[in-house]
Design a protein around this ligand. Structure first.
Ligand code: SAM
Length: 211
């Protein structure tokens, strides 16, 4: 993602602790204290500008959503969405997905969403792909038993790589589509990247896998 530096972003994030969780490690193993209920938690790693988590939270009030985004200058756009939507069941974390275990204990999370993750096409960057086996192992450590990953992308190379990575890890494939927008899948919520790439005619690949 090309970034415009926003020097004011940090201050804005700090001004909205009710939306961007300031010390997420304090809720490790006890997320019900933050959401004030025992609803399942679904996280999106690399949430970008936050349309997906916000719209999912609106559509599914019985699920708690957390959007995780590394870049301050991107997460502020997601923050604007949350301020406007005023939903009790969606929060943001301005952290690196590599650190998930600091914030979530085993079985804290029911589902991981990966949407249009950076493809890192060079072989030497393979470990940065969010579907690399090191990330699959990390997700396993925070997911419930038989937790799921739902993944979509327009990047065919990343999709092929990820299917192999899931399979080598022993995950079970529940659903796959090579053209999501022309499939029978219902209730799709478009992300910002999905809208951009599908409007250029790219097919969208989607799968659901289960541990
Ligand atoms: C290509 S964008 C997709 C954004 C959004 N999911 C969408 O579909 O519109 C990928 C996003 O993932 C974020 N990201 C990449 N690696 C990350 C990581 N390790 N932890 C948290 N966010 C990450 C990037 O900063 C970027 O905003």
């Amino acid at each position: 993602m090309r970034l415009r530096h926003k020097p004011w972003a940090r201050e804005k994030i700090e001004n909205y602790p009710q939306y961007v969780i300031p010390n997420p490690e304090q809720f490790r193993g006890n997320w019900s204290a933050l959401f004030e209920n025992n609803q399942p938690i679904h996280i999106e790693v690399g949430t970008g500008k936050g349309r997906f988590v916000t719209e999912m939270a609106k559509a599914n009030p019985d699920i708690n959503y957390i959007g995780i985004e590394l870049q301050e200058s991107v997460i502020v756009a997601a923050l604007d969405r949350l301020i406007e939507a005023e939903l009790p069941n969606v929060k943001l974390m301005n952290t690196n997905g590599e650190d998930l275990q600091k914030f979530f204990a085993r079985a804290d999370v029911e589902r991981v969403y990966l949407n249009f993750s950076d493809p890192w096409p060079k072989n030497r960057h393979e470990k940065r792909r969010l579907t690399h086996e090191s990330f699959l192992s990390l997700y396993e450590k925070i997911l419930i038993k038989h937790g799921e990953i739902h993944f979509k992308t327009d990047n065919r190379g990343l999709f092929e790589y990820s299917l192999v990575s899931f399979s080598k890890y022993g995950l079970r494939l529940k659903y796959v589509s090579l053209d999501l927008h022309n499939s029978d899948f219902e209730g799709n919520i478009m992300t910002e990247y999905e809208e951009k790439f599908s409007s250029k005619g790219h097919p969208i690949y989607r799968c659901e896998v289960k541990y």
